[in-house]
Structures are given as C-alpha cells and as structure tokens.
Design a binder for this molecule. Structure first.
Ligand SMILES: *Cc1c(COP(=O)(O)O)cnc(C)c1O
Length: 439
C-alpha cells in the first residue's frame, strides 16, 4: 500500500514548504492516537511537533471527534453573513470569557494567516475610519513569522523566507528581537537596545504608526526564540503612550502552549487585537479567530457601508470547526490539559541539563511551557546547512517525528504525551544527533 500511495503522491501532490527535487518521499500516515502517528506499515512515530503545532489533546481524541460528528448531522455549514448559528455563538462567548475582559468581539476566519490579515486590516482601517490617515505603518520584530498570505508575509518579511516577493510586500518598521536563553549574559543589553530602537521609531513617525504586531514570548518559525515577559510589557506600555494599537499573534502560543492558557497572561498586558488558530480546534479542523476590544469594533459602525470591515471567507465560522473548538475548550474545564502542560514543562526542565551534557555543540537551551529548544553550535538559527534535515531523518529512523528549524532542534509535543515517551525521546536524542553529524 505504501508504494501505491507514494506513487500517487509523487505524481500529483505539491507539498507545503518542500523542495521536491531534494525532499525525502512523504510518509503516508494512516491513523493517529494520542501522541502517536501510525504509518502504512503500522510503524509508530512519536509526534514531537504536534503535527505543525496544532495538536493539543492528542490525535483522534474521541470527545472532539464525537462533537464534529454530532454537529455534521445537524448543520455542516451556513453562510455567516446575514445568518448565525449556535456553535459560533457558544465559541465566541467561551473565548470572551477565557480572554482578558476587554477582548470581546470575535471575527472568524479559517487559518492563522487570515487571522493576521484581519488583525492588520482592523488596525489599519480603525485609523482610516477615524480620519487619521497618517497612521499607515506597522512595527514588527526581526525574525517574526505571521503566516504566508501577503499582509502576513509583509509583517514577517525579516524572516527571510519571502525573497522573490520582496517587491510586493508593504513597508514594515522592524525592531531587533532580544532572543534569550538559559544563562544568556547579554539579555538586559539586548532588551535595552530593542527598546531604544522602538523609542526612535516612535519619535521618527509621530502619528504615523497604526499598530505593532508580535508573537508574545515565543517566536516560532524563526527558531523557537523566547523573550522575557518584562520586556514585552515595556514594549506594550511604550507604544501605548503613542496610541499605537497592539496586536498579539497567539496563533501558536495560544491554548496552553507556553505554560498559561494564553501567553498574554504571562506578559501581564492585554492587546487591542489577538489572533488565535492552530490549537483552537484541538488540532482537528482549520478555524481561526481575530478577537478585538470593543473600541476597535465601534470605529467601524456607521450608516455607510464604506466603514464596514469588508472581509470574509466562504467557510467563515464553519459550524464543524466551531463544534470542535467548543469540545476542545470543554476538555480544558477539567483542568487536566493545563496540568499536563505543567508536567511537560517540568519534564523539559528536568531533562535539558542532562541533554546539554550529552550533546556536543548544544547551545542556547530554552524552555517556554511545553516547548523545549536548543541550537547546535551557534545560538543564531541558520538554514544554510542541511543539518536539520539530517537530524529529521535520523529521528524518523528512531520513531521520533522532529522537524528542526535549521540548526534549531525543538520539541513541542501534544499535552497528552506520556512522560515515559518524552523521557525516552530525550534519551534517544544524543545518538540521533551524533548519527546526523557523522552522516
Ligand atoms: C503558523 C502561524 C501562523 C500562520 O498560521 P496558518 O494557519 O499556518 O496560516 C501565523 N502566526 C504564527 C505565530 C504562526 O505560528
């Protein structure tokens, strides 16, 4: 069966983020259960990347599967302009109750990139509708990743992923990002430099900046780079002194990933707009939301349609996605998922020192909630060699699904991952890295 599937895949499929000329054949996955994926030959893989950071309660969780089935028998989809439905309302009300009180107004989309597009449009048009036409610029951090649609690429342009499209991307003001790790002696200086750069931008463009966007506490794609919450708090306070709107892209950090239900809780500041996707449905269906404070929503109210937010998708607030998200959030009510988050975080903290001892070249170890990461040889994440790909292959041979970001190796497991399985992964890792380095 594996060969048939591979033949079709090779003939017809164009995979994401893949250089097909050099990529290994894609592995057909037949089934998932908890933290495990099973391939066509029945071989199991420990999903240490939560299937691109989305799976939180585990694969094929029966409660979420059941909720989707029940909803599908009732109402699978309905146009969301002029109509509404209970799963969306239940979800919106639930999210508003979980997020800090000022975040009340929910706009639905269907992936993280579009949630970011909506946030950017909300912030931009907020000023436009108020007649403040000079506030047209956005500030983003160096290394930020916000998705692959054009607005999201523009605010993530410094990630360096978008070379061919550079001329098409709107200008963005970029701030240095004070990435840090355990035992980093320079963190205070890096933060002071970033804040100074921020103050200069605010001075240079008085009343010229619409909003600042960031991934709170943890930049994902640029190499699991963490920053200190105190720093972000100062950033928020500084831009707010200049009326700049604050957008938190919690597409990856939301729903427990960083150790609290939302990263903003650790930052101690509430953004004007927040984007949520990935873990929203527990990793079952594509659904996203952009949640804003009422003041932003109110700037779009008018007798004229011109002031409306003219944005929507065919599957806006798809009832199946909403039902899955409600079921996922219901699972949090038992307290169990967050307990698992803390269990995994402490296991990372317990294992990392030993790993550092056993892996030559391990630098910049860092842990943020359920995410543990380190770099090989240089704290700067680079994609120039294919070390990451070699490690990925060596890990697969050991039954571990890893997907290093260049020389940054990270583990980001579903919360249900058994302590034994994760401990074993830690024990296997030094050998995997040795094999990759010598191959
Ligand atoms: C993954 C990601 C996105 C994009 O989400 P998609 O659903 O892949 O479009 C945006 N922002 C952050 C921080 C992400 O990690």
């Amino acid at each position: 069966m594996m060969t048939t599937l591979n033949a079709i895949d090779t003939r017809h499929i164009w995979h994401p983020f893949t250089q097909h000329a050099t990529a290994r054949p894609n592995i057909p996955i037949i089934r998932g259960e908890g933290e495990w994926l099973f391939d066509a030959e029945g071989k199991r893989l420990l999903d240490l990347i939560s299937s691109w950071w989305v799976t939180i309660h585990g694969h094929a969780h029966p409660a979420i599967a059941e909720a989707i089935y029940t909803q599908a028998r009732q109402l699978e989809q309905v146009i969301f302009a002029g109509f509404t439905h209970e799963p969306a309302l239940r979800l919106a009300e639930k999210l508003a109750s979980l997020l800090p009180a000022p975040l009340q107004r929910v706009f639905f989309t269907d992936n993280g990139s579009t949630a970011v597009e909506v946030a950017l449009k909300m912030a931009y048009q907020y000023w436009y509708n108020r007649g403040e036409h000079t506030r047209t610029r956005f500030i983003a951090f160096e290394g930020a990743y916000h998705g692959d649609t054009f607005g999201a690429m523009a605010v993530g342009r410094s990630s360096g992923f978008y070379g061919p499209f550079e001329p098409l991307l709107f200008d963005v003001l970029t701030l240095p990002y004070p990435a840090t790790w355990e035992g980093d002696p320079d963190v205070a200086q890096k933060e002071a430099d970033a804040l100074e750069a921020l103050r200069m931008l605010l001075e240079q463009y008085p009343e010229g900046i619409a909003g600042l966007i960031c991934e709170p506490l943890l930049q994902g794609s640029s190499g699991m780079r963490i920053c200190r919450p105190e720093f972000l708090k100062l950033v928020v306070d500084t831009v707010r002194d200049h009326q700049v709107l604050v957008i938190f892209d919690e597409v990856m950090t939301g729903f427990g990933r960083t150790g609290s239900l939302f990263a903003m809780e650790q930052v101690g500041r509430t953004p004007d707009v927040v984007c949520l996707a990935k873990g929203l449905t527990g990793g079952f269906l594509p659904l996203a939301v952009t949640v804003c404070q009422d003041e932003i929503y109110e700037a779009f109210l008018s007798q004229s349609f011109d002031k409306a937010l003219v944005h929507g998708h065919s599957y806006t607030a798809n009832p199946l996605g909403c039902a899955a998200a409600c079921a996922s959030l219901a699972l949090f009510e038992s307290g169990q998922p967050m307990e698992s988050v803390h269990r995994i975080a402490s296991l990372h903290r317990q294992q990392m020192p030993q790993l550092k001892e056993s892996v030559e070249g391990l630098v910049a170890p860092r842990i943020q909630g359920t995410v543990a990461a380190f770099n090989l040889f240089s704290p700067k994440t680079t994609y120039t060699d294919n070390l990451g790909k070699k490690i990925e292959r060596a890990a697969l041979a050991e039954g571990l699904l890893l997907r290093p970001l260049g020389n940054c190796i990270y583990m980001l497991p579903p919360y249900c991952t058994a302590s034994d399985a994760l401990t074993e992964a830690y024990a296997t890792l030094p050998g995997i890295i040795r094999n990759a380095l010598s191959s």
